[in-house]
Design a protein around this ligand. Structure first.
Ligand code: 5GP
Ligand code: ZN
Length: 112
């Protein structure tokens, strides 16, 4: 299987890793929508949230939950947009479940 996020999780492709647990990994997005834009993934390959076992979901959410305030503090953000594009129809381009943490700044005019 040719999956870039599996390659990152296996150490076969480079990424700027932010944090890691036994079954989840966080790394900076290569094309950030804002400074500190981070992706959180299960280390094992699951295509969508529909495929993700509950324990892996808890591991991903737990890492997301811990990282959001740390990322906001690191880039002095006022908040963050946290979400998953789940499935091609939702704009999912990499077929390995990933949550986005996109730091937000007062008046930045963005939003989902
Ligand atoms: P999606 O649209 O699937 O929710 O988002 C995929 C995200 O993965 C995009 O924000 C894109 O910039 C990021 N991305 C794609 N390929 C790579 C890569 O090789 N390395 C990193 N760090 N991010 C990637
Ligand atoms: Zn994968």
């Amino acid at each position: 299987m040719d999956c870039i996020f599996c390659a990152i999780a296996d150490g076969a492709a480079d990424a700027r890793v932010v944090a890691e647990t036994e079954s989840a990994l966080a790394f900076l997005d290569a094309n950030p929508l804002a400074p500190g834009h981070t992706l959180v993934v299960p280390k094992d390959h699951y295509e969508t949230l529909d495929d993700l076992p509950p324990a892996e979901g808890r591991a991903v959410f737990s890492l997301l939950h811990r990282l959001v305030p740390a990322i906001e503090a690191a880039v002095d953000a006022d908040g963050s947009t946290v979400g998953f594009n789940n499935g091609a129809a939702a704009g999912q381009e990499v077929d390995h479940v990933h949550g986005h943490v996109i730091p937000r700044f007062a008046g930045d005019g963005g939003g989902p």
